[in-house]
Design a protein around this ligand. Structure first.
Ligand code: GRF
Length: 223
């Protein structure tokens, strides 16, 4: 059973998608702790509802950002966490946490990286006029949304789309690929070579993961 720790700043719908997959028995993992940087994060309500441990760590109580992230790393370690999930955590993770969990921190980003990193990936996509948008699960390194890519999923951009309509379409896929990436990790199927990730024993891309079918872009290499 993989022990995960979740960091979230707000709504927590990705957190919910992960909880749901665990409760359905499809993801062999347990949420050991939810840590938020905001005491009004709705993610806390979700943790309460599912009887999960949660903790608000106030960034204002720390002299430096590194101190804040050291404290988070300490909490995660003492909870026995093996994989850290950034589910809408609106801060750039600093070295003390990255070093403590190297290649064991996953983030979801609402764009097809390396396009449109940073805030408002969906708005950037609409403004730029791309025809295909999507989301990316990646490991976290020192850069902003630059770490090795695990899974991506694509959606069409329709004429007349707004940031909101596109965000909604992308979010439905986020809720599918994030638990899937965690599942692959829990099964020991992610092989990291530099910034390339191979998925072991993946006979074919599962079209049931995304809608429309075959819009999921993942490494399907066999070993
Ligand atoms: C998602 O769009 C995610 O891609 C981005 O922040 C948003 C979080 O949404 N990193 P939620 O809190 O999981 O509902």
């Amino acid at each position: 059973m993989l022990k995960i720790g979740v960091l979230a700043s707000g709504r927590g719908s990705n957190f919910q998608a992960i909880i749901d997959e665990i409760e359905k028995g499809k993801l062999k993992a347990s949420v050991e702790v939810l840590i938020t940087d905001s005491d009004s994060a709705y993610a806390i309500e979700r943790a309460k509802k599912h009887n999960l441990k949660y903790l608000f760590i106030n960034p204002k109580e720390f002299k430096t950002k590194d101190d804040f992230f050291s404290r988070i790393a300490d909490e995660l370690r003492s909870s026995g966490v093996e994989l850290v999930i950034l589910a809408g955590f609106m801060r750039i993770v600093r070295k003390p946490l990255i070093d403590a969990f190297r290649n064991r921190i996953m983030n979801i980003h609402p764009a097809l990286l390396p396009s449109f990193p940073g805030l408002h990936g969906q708005r950037q996509a609409v403004d730029y006029g791309v025809k295909i948008a999507g989301c990316t699960v990646h490991f976290v390194d020192e850069g902003m949304d630059t770490g090795p890519i695990i899974i991506q999923a694509a959606v069409p951009v329709h004429s007349g789309d707004t940031e909101d309509t596109l965000s909604e379409r992308i979010l439905a896929l986020e809720h599918q690929i994030f638990p899937e990436a965690i599942r692959l990790f829990s099964e020991g199927r992610l092989e990291i070579k530099g910034r390339n990730i191979r998925i072991k024993d993946q006979p074919q891309i599962s079209s049931s993961i995304v809608n429309p079918p075959l819009s999921m872009i993942a490494d399907s290499c066999r070993h």
